[in-house]
Design a protein around this ligand. Structure first.
Ligand code: NAG
Ligand code: NAG
Ligand code: NAG
Length: 463
C-alpha cells in the first residue's frame, strides 16, 4: 500500500463505521413517549444482581419516631401519637425545620458503610437523595438551606457514599428521589391549580434531577412520590428520554415505575407496583420487591423493639421467593441521625452475606424456571441456570425425615446429579412416578450445616 492511499482508506473505514451506526447497529434513540421508553430493554446487570440495599436517611432520622412520614403525620394529619410526642418532648414553637441542625451525621463514615453493604452480598444500593420532606443529601443548587451541605452534617453525603462505594466495592450506586415535596410552596400552589401550573417541576424538581444525575451518575434512579400529579405535569417522559439518550448513565441506568399518577406497575423501567410487593408467582415484566427489615418503618425508629425487625429466616424467605418469581429484592435499612448503621441492621446485612456466600450460585445471575415453587413440598422455590443446565431447589425447612420430596423435577437415571450447596458430595435420590424426586439429605450435625437459614440443592439433567 502506498502512503498516500492511507487517508482514503481511513475515510472509507469511517464511512463504513457510520453506516454500521445506522438504525440497525447503533444505540436506539428513545422518544419522549411511554410507547418508546417502555420498549427500552433493561440493562442486563440489573436482573443479574438480584439483591440490593435501600437506605432511608434524612431529617426524619432525627425524631426517628413512628415513621419517615413524621412531618406529614404530625402537621398535616395531626395524628395524636405524633402531636403528643412533640408536645411532650419539644418546646411549643419547635418546627420540623428545627430538626435540620440536629441531623449531624457525626459518626458517618462512608467507607465503613460501603464495607458493611458489600458484606451483605448485595450488588447495588439505593440511597434516599431526597425524601418527601425535600431535604437533599447533596448540596442541591435548588434546595437553598435545606440540604446536607448547608445544614446538619455540612457534608455532601451523596458524594461521600458514591465515592466510597465505587472505590471500595463492586456495588452499583443508585439514588432514590421523591418527585414531590409535602410542603414546598410551589408544589402547593401547583396542586391548588389542579396541576395546570407547573412551577414546581420547572423550577425545582426537573433542574434538581438533571443536577443529581449529571453530578453523581446513579445507575439506579428510583423515583417516588407523584403527589397525585400525572406524568405530564412532571414531564417524566421528557426527562427519561434524556436519561436514556443523552445522560452520562444512558447505557447502564435502570429506573422504576413511579413517574406520575397511574404509571406505577405500568410504565418506566422495572415494576415496583407497591411497597413490599411480593406476588408469589411469575411476572412477565422485571420487578423489584422493596421492603424493610423494620416491619413498620423505612426510616430509623429509636423505639423499635427487636420483634419489630424481620428475622434472618424471614429475610432469606423474601429473597428466595422474590428471585424465583423473577424479581429483585431491595432490602431497606434506616441509619441513625448520627450516621451509624445500628447493630441489628448490620447483623441482618452480614447474615444475608453469609447466606449468599454459600447459596449465591442459586441466586445471582439465575433465571426463572418453568415452575416457581414446588407443588408437593411447601417452601421450596426454584431458580435456573440455562447455561450450565442446573435447576436449583431452595428449601426453607430442613425435613425431619432427612428426605426432601420435590414434586416438580423429572430426573434421568445415571445422568441427574443432586448436590447440596456448601456440602459438595453428590446425594442419593430416587425417581418418583410420573415425576418428582426424593432426595436423601446428608446427615449433618449442626456445625456441619453449610448455613442455618435455608439451603439450596443443585440438580443437573432434570427437566
Ligand atoms: C480509595 O481507596 C483507597 C484504598 O482504600 C484509598 O487509599 C483512597 O484514598 C481512596 N480514594 C478515595 C477517593 O476515597
Ligand atoms: C419536557 O422535557 C423535554 C426534554 O427535556 C423538553 O424538550 C420539553 O420541552 C419538556 N416539556 C415540558 C412541557 O416541559
Ligand atoms: C406454590 O404452588 C402452589 C401450587 O402447587 C400454589 O397453590 C401456591 O399458591 C404457590 N405459591 C405459594 C406462595 O406458595
Amino acid at each position: 500500500m502506498r502512503f498516500q492511499e492511507l487517508p482514503r482508506l481511513l475515510l472509507l473505514l469511517l464511512l463504513l463505521l457510520l453506516l454500521l451506526q445506522g438504525p440497525a447497529g447503533g444505540a436506539a434513540r428513545f422518544d419522549p413517549t411511554w410507547e418508546s421508553l417502555d420498549a427500552r430493554p433493561l440493562p442486563a446487570w440489573f436482573d443479574q444482581a438480584k439483591f440490593g440495599i435501600f437506605i432511608h436517611w434524612g431529617v426524619f432520622s432525627v425524631p426517628s419516631f413512628g415513621s419517615e412520614w413524621f412531618w406529614w403525620y404530625w402537621q398535616k394529619e395531626k395524628r395524636p401519637k405524633y402531636v403528643d410526642f412533640m408536645k411532650n418532648n419539644y418546646p411549643p414553637d419547635f418546627t420540623y425545620e428545627d430538626f435540620g441542625p440536629q441531623f449531624t451525621a457525626k459518626f458517618f463514615d462512608a467507607n465503613q458503610w460501603a464495607d458493611i453493604l458489600q458484606a451483605s452480598g448485595a450488588k447495588y444500593i439505593v440511597l434516599t437523595s431526597k425524601h418527601h420532606e425535600g431535604f437533599t443529601l447533596w448540596g442541591s443548587e435548588y434546595s437553598w438551606n435545606w440540604n446536607a451541605v448547608d445544614e446538619g452534617p455540612k457534608r455532601d453525603i451523596v458524594e461521600e457514599l458514591a465515592v466510597a462505594v465505587r472505590n471500595r466495592t463492586d456495588l452499583r450506586f443508585g439514588l432514590y428521589y421523591s418527585l414531590f415535596e409535602w410542603f414546598h410552596p410551589l408544589f402547593l400552589e401547583d396542586e391548588s391549580s389542579f396541576f395546570q401550573k407547573r412551577q414546581f417541576p420547572v423550577f425545582k424538581m426537573l433542574p434538581e434531577l438533571y443536577e443529581l444525575v449529571n453530578t453523581y451518575q446513579p445507575e439506579v434512579l428510583w423515583s417516588d412520590g407523584d403527589g397525585g400529579a400525572p406524568d405530564t405535569y412532571w414531564n417524566s417522559t421528557g426527562f427519561l428520554a434524556w436519561l436514556y439518550n443523552e445522560s452520562p448513565v444512558r447505557d447502564t441506568v435502570v429506573t422504576n415505575d413511579r413517574w406520575g399518577a397511574g404509571s406505577i406497575c405500568k410504565h418506566g423501567g422495572y415494576y415496583t407496583c407497591r411497597d413490599r410487593y411480593n406476588p408469589g408467582y411469575l411476572l412477565p415484566h422485571k420487578w423489584e420487591n422493596c421492603m424493610t427489615i423494620d416491619k413498620f418503618s423505612w426510616g430509623y425508629r429509636r423505639n423499635a423493639g427487636s420483634s419489630d425487625y424481620l428475622t434472618i429466616e424471614e429475610l432469606v424467605k423474601q429473597l428466595v421467593e422474590t428471585v424465583s418469581c423473577g424479581g429483585n429484592l431491595l432490602m431497606n435499612i434506616g441509619p441513625t441521625k448520627d450516621g451509624t448503621i445500628s447493630p441489628i441492621f448490620e447483623e441482618r446485612l452480614r447474615q444475608m452475606g453469609t447466606w449468599l456466600k454459600v447459596n449465591g450460585k442459586a441466586i445471582y445471575e439465575t433465571h426463572t424456571w418453568r415452575s416457581q415453587n414446588d407443588t408437593v413440598t411447601p417452601d421450596v422455590w426454584y431458580t435456573f441456570k440455562p447455561e450450565s443446565k442446573l435447576v436449583y431447589a431452595l428449601f426453607l425447612k430442613w425435613p425431619t425425615s432427612g428426605q426432601l420430596l420435590l414434586g416438580q423435577p423429572k430426573a434421568t437415571l445415571r445422568a441427574t446429579e443432586v448436590k447440596l450447596l456448601g456440602h459438595g458430595q453428590p446425594l442419593k435420590w430416587t425417581s418418583l412416578k410420573p415425576n418428582g424426586i426424593m432426595v436423601e439429605l446428608p446427615h449433618l450435625t449442626f456445625h456441619q450445616m453449610p448455613c442455618e437459614w435455608g439451603w439450596a440443592l443443585s440438580l443437573s439433567n432434570v427437566t
